[in-house]
Ligand binder design. Structure first.
Ligand code: SF4
Length: 339
């Protein structure tokens, strides 16, 4: 989220009085630091940046304010007071720093969240952890979660595991999401030395012969461990109906396999109760970007050599590591090491 204030500068070089009053009001309410950019509309200069913004948004008065939520979604305020109230509302959603260090009773929260909507769960965890909570992004579910987070105007982080074996469409999709929501996506690459040694010894397609665990371990699990070590909580798009290995997924749990920056890492699965149909209904309703491979018969999309299209009546994860038993089709991202 970025905030722009457009101020008017008069021909004599002085700011207009109304703009000064607006700035004074924001300073008094402790909101001046929330302005990311001040853009000047120069009197008599229609090409000045502020004048161009005024023309773009069909505004004839200054000051005015723009809250850029994501690409194509900008809120416009002509009144400084209304803008201040909106920012105060958004600020109320930001993480409460004092809460960060208080104990979390996961069992009690799981009971509380039993029937909660994904939005309620997302709002809670981001309200509590802000950018120390990361959304793990790869598929359609994850963009739904990013969309929910962006709509709350809350701080959050996003990372993505770049295995080096993704489809070209997936790389384009990642960049589309980055631009659409105007967010940073931290791309996690495998350790170069470990990968070189592995490929030298086993080649590029050993997973078809001896299973995907070793390759996923280097290309996914190790980079995930490295990513998660920077956060206190993470959000995944896991759903209970995705596979037999996910049937018991909780909305909130201490991660059994990975550690965060302070040790215990909270894992949050807001979509646990949702079906694929609910995910796609959300995508359509809010025009959420999705991977174009879904239109070519792919449902669950991972690395290119380990993903195939799904036939009618096949389960959605039947196209992942299809040469292995369905109970072994996890990449290690959501499975405790000793399982
Ligand atoms: S999904 Fe396939 S290519 Fe990707 S990391 Fe796992 S085994 Fe390797």
């Amino acid at each position: 989220m970025k905030i722009t204030m457009v101020k008017k500068r008069l021909a004599d070089g002085e700011p207009c009085e109304k703009c000064q009053q607006a700035e004074h009001l924001l300073r008094e309410r402790g909101l001046w630091d929330t302005i990311d950019y001040v853009v000047w509309a120069e009197e008599g200069d229609p090409e000045s940046p502020g004048m161009l913004l005024a023309a773009e948004h069909k505004v004839k008065i200054a000051p005015f304010f723009l809250i850029h939520i994501k690409k194509g979604e900008t809120l416009l305020f002509r009144s400084a007071l209304r803008f201040a109230k909106e920012v105060e509302k958004l600020k109320a959603n930001q993480p409460n720093k004092e809460l960060l260090d208080t104990a979390i009773d996961v069992d009690a929260l799981s009971t509380e969240f039993a029937e909660a909507s994904p939005q309620q769960v997302v709002k809670w965890i981001l309200g509590r952890f802000g950018e120390t909570c990361a959304i793990a992004f790869s598929g359609a579910e994850d963009v739904v979660l990013i969309d929910m987070a962006a709509r709350f105007g809350l701080d959050f982080s996003v990372f993505c595991l770049d295995t080096g074996r993704l489809h070209p469409e997936t790389y384009q999709f990642i960049d589309k999401v980055r631009k659409h929501y105007d967010i940073e996506i931290r791309l996690m690459s495998p350790d170069a030395q470990a990968l070189e040694a592995f490929v030298l010894e086993k080649g590029l397609f050993s997973f078809y012969e001896d299973g995907h665990k070793e390759c996923c371990g280097i290309r996914k699990v190790a980079p995930l461990r490295r990513a998660l070590s920077s956060y206190r909580a993470w959000i995944t798009g896991q759903r209970r109906d995705q596979s037999p290995t996910r049937a018991e997924v909780e909305k909130l749990q201490w991660d059994p396999a990975f550690e965060g920056v302070d040790g215990p890492l909270l894992k949050c699965n807001p979509l646990a109760q949702w079906t694929s149909a609910q995910v796609w209904q959300y995508i359509q309703q809010y025009e959420v970007p999705y991977n174009p491979l879904h239109e070519k018969g792919f449902i669950s999309i991972g690395c290119e050599p380990c993903t195939r299209t799904v036939r009618p009546n096949e389960h959605e994860r039947a196209g992942r590591w299809w040469w292995e038993e369905s109970t072994k089709r996890e990449c290690g991202l959501h499975v405790a090491e000793d399982e």
